[in-house]
Write a protein that binds this ligand. Structure first.
Ligand code: ACO
Length: 329
């Protein structure tokens, strides 16, 4: 059954580092080829932060742009939620650093660790807090400098990831527009299929652990692929069913941009033509929590998000975590 939306997107923004790493560049670093990467993933290039760059700076750039688009000032933001697993430091939360850099004085700010699902988790948590806690203007962002934890000698993973940030400003709905339905899920049973073992309290920052590459991403690609397709399909189905809608009603689907083959498999399951499915993984690689808000901003600025359009969003990431949402633009 359709419920009335309570919150809507007032503005969007994105930021990516200037430097681009192409597949041809990667050919010089590991035994791979542009042909293999494009055929298996659809990725042609990714943006790369300089070593030691602050994620908070990327998130601030994306947030300023979203706030300008929404015409919302720093004094109006009362909630900041950032999805990331590559924050500036272990603590404080990068969202607090973003708060300070933006000059937001009267807000609560915190990070969410849900890997690629961080943005859609953030959106739903923000909606819940706005409905129950009286928050009026929320900044919800997803940002990653995933290349800071990539092992550049591991061709299985180093070709997949890129850096970037995206942000939206949420406010109360003006009627029928906004977040119609959403769901989030997790299952820790598969934590060992995609993880970064180091940096926590188990594997201390010793030279031995660094040499064992415990501070880099570890992934069972095929298994992650299989779970991603199944779980993204289930989550999208859930929100469509809850809204009493079908995939035919979607004007556009924004799937998490991890791999073109995952995106195509999800589209096929719902018999969605690819011209209704947004793809930018070729230009950004997998930016994890940033991928959906970056896509939202590209679509909004190119005028492709038409008023009244029904947009689906769906994601999957480490944890495992997965989530979906339906928005009436
Ligand atoms: N260049 C060339 N060859 C490679 C590369 C590379 N970069 N990486 C792996 N290979 C080789 C493998 O060594 C293997 O060789 P072998 O047959 O001689 O053993 C061969 O290619 C096939 O490897 P597979 O792992 O079976 O390849 P697959 O078709 O599964 O593609 C990939 C690998 C792209 C990682 C895929 O499994 C995938 O995308 N999985 C999802 C992973 C993902 O998206 N993770 C991101 C986080 S989760 C999320 O965002 C959804």
């Amino acid at each position: 059954m359709q419920r009335r939306p309570q919150v809507m997107i007032l503005g969007t923004g994105r930021a990516v580092p200037e430097k681009i790493l192409t597949n041809t560049d990667l050919e010089q670093m590991v035994e791979t080829s542009d042909e293999w990467i494009v055929a298996r993933t659809g990725i042609r290039q990714r943006h790369l932060a300089e070593p030691g760059a602050a994620l908070s700076d990327l998130v601030v750039e994306a947030s300023r742009s979203a706030m300008a688009d929404a015409v919302v000032g720093a004094d109006e933001i009362d909630l900041i939620i950032l999805g990331t697993v590559t924050g500036d430091m272990k603590f404080p939360a990068t969202a607090c650093l973003v708060q300070e850099k933006l000059g937001v004085k009267n807000a609560v700010a915190f990070d969410i660790s849900a890997a690629c699902s961080g943005f859609l988790y953030g959106l739903q948590i923000a909606e819940g807090l706005m409905m129950s806690g009286g928050y009026r203007r929320a900044l919800v962002a997803g940002g990653e400098i995933l290349t800071s934890m990539v092992d550049w000698e591991d061709r299985d993973t180093c070709v997949l990831f890129g850096d970037g940030a995206g942000a939206v400003v949420l406010g109360p709905t003006d009627g029928e527009r906004g977040l119609l339905q959403a769901c989030m899920h997790s299952d820790g049973a598969h934590a060992d299929l995609l993880y970064n073992p180091g940096g926590g309290c188990i594997h201390l920052p010793t030279a031995e652990n660094a040499a064992a590459k415990l501070f880099s991403i570890r992934m069972e690609g095929r298994e992650v692929f299989r779970h991603a397709v199944t779980s993204m399909g289930a989550a999208l189905n859930q929100v469509l069913e809850q809204a009493g809608l079908s995939a035919d009603d979607l004007d556009l689907l924004i799937p998490h941009q991890a791999n073109l083959r995952i995106i195509e498999a999800v589209a096929k399951r719902f018999k969605l033509p690819m011209d209704k499915v947004y793809v930018n993984v070729d230009r950004y690689g997998n930016t994890s929590a940033a991928s959906i808000p970056i896509a939202l901003d590209e679509l909004r600025r190119s005028g492709e998000l038409k008023k009244g359009a029904l947009v689906g969003m769906v994601t999957f990431g480490a944890g495992f975590t997965w989530a979906a949402g339906l928005i009436r633009i």
